[in-house]
Design a protein. Structure first.
Length: 295
């Protein structure tokens, strides 16, 4: 079905006059008549009939009109959406770790929207553990991720944007509770609440124990840092966790880790093989240009 002919049909259906419809369409009346004739031949039924000087829809034309209008409306909406995207507008889909969703990422998004208030830009925010976020990126559910460093074999672009302090936490009545700082090797005798393998921080903590030349006694595993902290507060073990304000509210002791050295960064992650809209590119550039890296 010729798309131009479809627009001609809808215009004539509303105007009900060949000459006036042709004028609106900026074509000649014979061209309009030919287009309608071709459509009727293709469909096998008459779409219009003469009533005096006017042209009205047949019952077949009335049936086809709603379909034609819906088709053109959907197409026009799609074209308009693409044009908005080309102007740097549209949707930016973010995947992020939950700790970054409390303040860091919302603040970045709010400031970006404020600086681009002349454009129609929307965000979606989805929180999960790093492994699940990376799976979502691969499935093209997200445009950008704020998460732990992905495995190099995935071939993703990952830029460190924020550093996070790791601490050892213990129950209040634990033998290490009186310490202010700790060498991780001294924790070897005690059971650990540990991060599950699907958590991005797992590799960082594993490396810390390798440097300390000890194997942690893993009593429990879970994915969320808040759950790890909650289990420690209830006496299920000790744990290495990212520092967060929640720790100050729990019945635990917080110890600074003296050794080994470590680097726990959050990364801005994207897949360069996937097209990035102008709006997403602008936000990525904004994040990387800002003073986001802190201890």
């Amino acid at each position: 079905m010729n798309l131009f002919y479809l627009r001609y049909f809808v215009t004539l259906a509303h105007v009900q006059h060949y000459t006036k419809a042709a004028e609106q369409l900026c074509i000649t009346q014979p061209s309009l008549s030919h287009a309608i004739s071709q459509m009727e031949k293709e469909l096998g039924v008459p779409l219009f009939e003469k009533v005096g000087r006017n042209t009205t829809l047949t019952r077949f034309g009335e049936e086809f009109l709603s379909c034609a209008e819906h088709t053109l409306s959907t197409l026009d909406e799609g074209v308009a959406s693409l044009k908005r995207s080309a102007r740097g507008e549209g949707l930016i889909r973010l995947g992020l770790l939950r700790p970054l969703g409390v303040e860091f990422v919302p603040r970045l998004a709010a400031r970006f929207l404020e600086e681009h208030s002349d454009k129609e830009i929307q965000f979606t925010f989805h929180t999960d553990v790093t492994q699940h976020l990376l799976e979502g990126l691969a499935a093209r559910k997200f445009d950008l991720l704020f998460c732990s460093k992905p495995q190099e074999e995935l071939g993703l672009t990952a830029v460190p944007i924020r550093r996070q302090e790791l601490v050892l936490i213990t129950p209040k009545n634990h033998p290490l509770a009186e310490e202010k700082s700790i060498d991780l090797a001294k924790t070897a005798p005690y059971p650990y609440v540990y991060f599950a393998k699907s958590s991005g921080i797992r590799d960082v903590i594993d490396e810390m124990f390798i440097k300390s030349k000890i194997v942690p006694k893993i009593a429990y595993e879970t994915e969320e840092d808040q759950v790890v902290a909650g289990l420690v507060a209830q006496g299920f073990g000790i744990a290495v966790v990212p520092y967060m304000d929640l720790l100050l509210k729990l019945n635990i002791n917080i110890l600074k880790i003296n050794t080994p050295s470590y680097e726990r960064n959050f990364y801005l992650v994207n897949d360069d093989s996937v097209y990035m809209s102008p709006a997403v590119k602008a936000f990525q550039k904004y994040v990387l240009a800002g003073d986001t890296f802190s201890i």
